[in-house]
Design a binder for this molecule. Structure first.
Ligand code: MGD
Ligand code: MGD
Ligand code: SF4
Ligand code: MO
Length: 759
């Protein structure tokens, strides 16, 4: 069927109608007055707005453009979606209540604090920074540079992450720089890098408007990327032929909208992907020409043949794997036909497959499904990993602020990569440490083992968000911790120094989102009290540590100028993305090598400045321009259920709360939508265990136990429990497994075996 030719106005009307439909659902879940989706006009205060400013939402990796209405007295009065941005004016309830979040000034941290005789007491910046410098210098002198660490965040501004990374790796000479994207995007990043030779997605949001099949796996986009989900729904209305497959053990709001929902058992998806590939192979859905021209095969060690790949798939016949997946062979085949036969298939995924012991393999295999069917590098055909945090891509993955990488896809372990960065940063050749630093879990374990003595934690709350958290908190307690945050958190409670940070539009910098789009946040407010931006804190720290000349860029403008030029030495080249352009344009997508370049929507194909003239496709991250299809064998999770621990616990998010709740739990509208976090189970499980809604139970896992209040919901699947992790009074991470993927080191938050009894 051909696409309907709809005007923008008609599309807008569809959007409105589905808003209302979706909002109805949200009322049923949470009792939210104006719905989980933002009809922003209904829920935002009217105010005497003096001027409107374009900005970007602070929260998630969708990176919605927002318009901020400021009063004369410099208060944020109103928020609405930016019609001119990629999200076309659509924002969700978190974005539309940004003003309410910023209004929580009374609860903000406003003065530094130092722990004295066990309690945190107010101090001056001078005292706090002097003590911090003394401790870091002391640790480095006594125990070496690897006794200090930085633990950052995909919510810091790019200028901040770049500076911290440069200071620790190029200055102090330790690679102990990691952050919460390890908990989030590491499997996607490693997956892309192994397949294409470079991180970051080949495609873009625009592909949603051209796809004929959406394959959503381990993504609850309805609650976590609402404007993108909305865009998919609009696409389905514009072309009723468009199909949506959702793979999720739970009947989420996303799954409810699917044409085919595959409720696989937690931890088993690799069986599904390989069985879909098997089916595609047997039914001629492979694109042999694309494979011949653009694909190599590998068993992970050696190059193998296409025939070897076909032989490998013989083990994944749908009938054979269906029982372990918990779905029918017929549905597996149906999914394979829908994926393979559509004119253009787009996969979208998030934590359901990243936070898994086979997260990297799952990412590889999903990329492979696009390569072998030729569903790539065309409008609507692409594997698009949805990003979690607002600046995980631009700030952390692109700046190389993880323990094994350095800017723009370079690896710590590779001498020539280190030498390139040493030259760019103007430090002696071979001066950087060749040893990858501690990844997040290893870092917190090194704190337990007292190998890391001093750490700076910025813009993240690992004492709530880490798996098996009670264990790692012991390490945080032993370490001299400096924590920069905007509110009191579970982590500031363990700190020796707390530094009050500026929040969102109280500072300026760039966010980089899912589709390689960089957008600028401009400063519109002054921070409260004595709070300072994370960049100011880092620059001050660098000077005190004796690296004032090395960290010579001291303002956001200066850092961006330096970093933009650093990129020109790589295939990430965004030298053309200047602050000046970002102030006017609604973001730009790299590569963007010159100031007259429009940016790149699709990579590795015509239009990408790095694809040689005359070539249709070229995977330039690989030496021969060919992407790699890996043969990836399934292994069951260690957290498979047993008689002793007979239930799966999976964890994740709800639409109106952000992560550890520090910002969103203070907003009444959001709290009344979500309520406190509870242990959610299917009515069948509840009745088998004779449990009633509101009853307290004991949840026991292999590493710990805790009490929880039961909520009963048809959205869950019998045998699979769900808990969100926003509520510090229900610290579910106390029982969540810290098993992790051996390549990406990302924890498997999604699969924990538990037993539940009446408390
Ligand atoms: N409202 C809201 N939105 C957010 C955030 C937030 O905190 N709140 N955070 C942002 C961030 S940082 C992230 S990372 C993203 C996360 O976005 P999502 O990944 O979409 O959210 P989650 O709820 O973590 O998990 C998604 C789904 O994975 C499913 N799942 C669990 N186990 C399995 C499995 O074995 N296989 C499959 N196929 N699925 C499984 C769960 O049932 C769940 O519905 O959201 C971003 N957006
Ligand atoms: N059980 C379970 N646990 C999970 C997950 C899961 O699915 N299940 N998901 C994981 C994932 S994907 C993620 S991304 C992590 C997120 O985990 P965290 O990063 O620990 O959670 P956030 O609440 O986002 O923490 C951000 C902190 O920064 C503060 N802050 C806000 N703005 C600023 C600023 O400008 N400067 C400074 N210095 N501070 C600021 C906030 O108050 C907050 O305390 O959680 C992980 N943990
Ligand atoms: S979808 Fe994400 S970026 Fe967009 S408004 Fe909601 S929280 Fe903000
Ligand atoms: Mo995340």
């Amino acid at each position: 069927m051909k696409d309907k030719n709809l005007s923008d106005k008609e599309i807008h009307q569809i959007t409105r109608r589905s808003f209302i439909k979706v909002a109805g659902g949200a009322i049923a879940i949470g009792g939210l007055t104006a719905g989980g989706w933002a009809l922003t006009e209904l829920i935002v205060d009217e105010g005497p707005v003096e001027s409107w400013h374009k900005s970007v939402c602070r929260y998630c990796g969708t990176g919605c453009g927002v318009m901020l209405g400021m009063s004369k007295g410099k208060k944020l009065m109103r928020v609405r979606g930016d019609q001119e941005a990629h999200n076309k004016g659509v924002i969700c309830i978190k974005g539309s209540t940004l003003d309410k979040m910023l209004a929580n000034e009374p609860q903000r941290l406003k003065k530094p604090m130092i722990r004295k005789n066990g309690t945190l007491e107010e101090a001056s910046w001078e005292e706090a920074m002097t003590l911090m410098t003394e401790k870091f210098k002391g640790a480095i002198a006594e125990h070496g540079a690897d006794s200090v660490a930085f633990y950052g965040s995909g919510q810091l501004l790019t200028e901040e992450s770049y500076t911290a990374n440069k200071l620790f790796k190029g200055g102090f000479k330790t690679n102990n720089v990691d952050g919460n994207p390890r908990y989030c995007m590491a499997s996607a990043a490693v997956g892309y890098t192994q397949t294409f030779g470079k991180d970051e997605p080949p495609g873009a949001y625009e592909d949603i408007d051209h796809a004929e099949c959406f394959f959503l796996i381990g993504s609850n986009a309805y609650e976590c990327h609402p404007p993108l989900f909305e865009r998919m729904m609009v696409r389905k209305k514009v072309n009723p032929n468009v199909r949506m497959i959702v793979v999720d053990p739970r009947k989420t709001k996303t799954a409810e909208h699917a044409d085919l929902h595959l409720p696989v058992l937690p931890g088993t998806d690799l069986l599904l992907l390989n069985a879909m590939l098997y089916t595609m192979m047997k039914t001629d859905l492979f694109d042999e020409e694309f494979i011949r021209e653009h694909v190599n095969f590998s068993d992970g060690k050696n190059k193998v043949s296409f025939e070897d790949f076909k032989k490998f798939l013989e083990d994944y016949k749908p009938e054979k794997v269906a029982p372990e997946l918990g779905i029918s062979a017929r549905d597996i085949r149906k999914a394979a036909y829908m994926f393979g036969n559509a004119k253009a298939t787009m996969s979208l995924w998030t934590m359901g497959i990243n936070q898994r012991i086979q997260g990297t393999y799952l990412n590889n295999t999903l990329n492979s499904m696009h390569l072998v069917t030729g569903h790539i590098n065309r409008p609507g055909a692409t594997p698009l990993s949805l990003t979690g945090q607002s600046n995980a891509c631009g700030g952390v993955r692109d700046t190389g602020s993880l323990s094994h990488i350095i800017p723009h896809g370079r690896l710590i372990a590779k001498k020539e990569h280190r030498n390139e960065m040493e030259e760019i940063w103007g430090i002696p050749k071979d001066s950087m440490s060749p040893k990858p630093g501690y990844h997040a879990l290893a870092l917190f374990q090194a704190m337990v083992d007292e190998k890391v003595k001093c750490a700076l934690i910025m813009c993240t709350n690992p004492a709530q968000s880490s798996p098996n958290v009670e264990h790692y908190k012991k390490g945080m307690e032993k370490t001299f911790l400096v924590v920069a945050d905007v509110f009191e958190t579970e982590t500031t409670k363990l700190a020796d120094i707390v530094l009050p940070a500026a929040l969102y539009i109280e500072k300026q910098g760039v966010y980089g989102q899912t589709e390689r789009r960089y957008q600028l946040i401009e400063k519109l407010l002054d921070p409260p009290g004595e709070a300072k931006s994370d960049l100011q804190i880092l620059v001050d720290f660098a000077e005190r540590m004796g690296y004032g000349d090395f960290i010579k860029a001291k303002t956001p403008d200066e850092v961006w100028e330096e970093y933009r030029k650093v990129s020109s030495h790589s295939k990430y080249n965004f030298e053309g993305i200047t602050y000046e352009r970002l102030k006017k344009e609604r973001g730009l997508q790299w590569p963007c090598p010159s100031t007259d370049h429009p940016g790149t929507v699709r990579r590795y194909t015509k239009g990408d400045p790095f694809v040689p003239e005359g070539k249709e496709h070229y995977f330039y991250g690989k030496p021969d321009g060919k992407a790699v299809v890996f043969l990836r064998t399934y292994t069951p999770s260690k957290e498979k259920v047993t008689d002793e621990y007979p239930l799966y616990l999976t964890t994740g998010r709800v639409i109106s709360q952000w992560h550890t709740g520090t910002m969103t739990m203070k907003v009444d509208e959001l709290m009344s939508s979500s309520g406190p976090a509870q242990l959610v189970m299917h009515p069948e499980d509840a009745s088998r265990m004779r449990l009633k809604e509101g009853e307290t139970v004991k949840v026991e896992a292999r590493r710990g136990n805790m009490n929880a209040v039961v909520k009963i919901s048809e959205h869950e699947t019998p045998g699979v429990l769900f808990a969100a992790f926003y509520d510090p009074s229900f610290l579910i991470n106390g029982v969540v497994s810290d098993d992790h993927d051996p390549f990406s080191k990302e924890p498997a938050y999604k699969v924990t075996a538990v037993r539940v009894t009446k408390a």
